[in-house]
Design a protein around this ligand. Structure first.
Ligand code: IMP
Ligand code: MG
Length: 183
């Protein structure tokens, strides 16, 4: 550990190397499933930017990328159930094969709203790829096609994931000390 924010982390859940290995496995699955196709990867900002950057470099089929920003949380650690589009996609998605790339699936509120919105634009297909999944927290049912790791109900940070916008730069995924968020 060598980052100033390391002291706020209770323990490392997934090291850089574990993340690299799992991301490569997911990319290989995507390569196999999209052979002969050209998927459009849609990154849900901001949390998924690190995962997206690593994933896309391990995908060998031709693909394009686009970005969307939604907000569901404000600065807290629990879901409000309200989703706001901060930034919409730049490209049309009608007829395209979409892969929505998320950092973490928690209550499912954000994703179920987002998937509905994207479906209405008539893409050829939509699949969901999430690095982390907290199934015990699910409120809205969401079909997950690619999932990196299932985790218990920990609040995790790093590798793009934040608490109050910090910790995104940590190269590993760690459990945040409850004292930091008043838990
Ligand atoms: P959902 O709508 O409850 O599924 O919330 C998903 C979003 O909540 C994710 O994209 C994250 O931004 C945030 N989130 C949920 N759990 C965590 C966590 O453990 N650490 C950091 N962000 C989280
Ligand atoms: Mg997010």
């Amino acid at each position: 550990m060598e980052y100033m924010l390391d002291k706020d982390v209770e323990r490392v859940l997934f090291s850089e190397e574990e993340l690299r290995e799992r991301v490569a496995q997911i990319a290989a699955q995507i390569d196999a499933d999209y052979a002969g196709k050209e998927p459009l990867l849609v990154s849900v900002l901001r949390g998924s930017f690190v995962f997206m950057a690593d994933l896309v470099r391990q995908i060998h089929v031709p693909c394009t990328v686009d970005f969307m920003a939604v907000s569901s949380y404000g600065k807290g650690a629990s879901s409000s159930g309200q989703v706001k589009i901060i930034k919409d996609l730049s490209e049309q998605i009608e007829g395209k094969d979409l892969i929505v790339v998320e950092d973490i699936l928690d209550s499912g509120n954000t994703l179920s709203y987002l998937l509905q919105l994207l479906q209405a634009r008539k893409p050829a297909s939509v699949r969901l790829c999430t690095l982390l999944d907290k199934p015990s927290r699910r409120v809205k049912e969401v079909e997950v096609n690619y999932s990196g790791f299932s985790i218990p109900d920990y609040f995790v940070v790093g590798y793009g994931l934040d608490y109050a916008e910090k910790y995104r730069n940590l190269p590993y995924i760690g459990v945040l000390k409850p004292s930091i968020y008043g838990g």
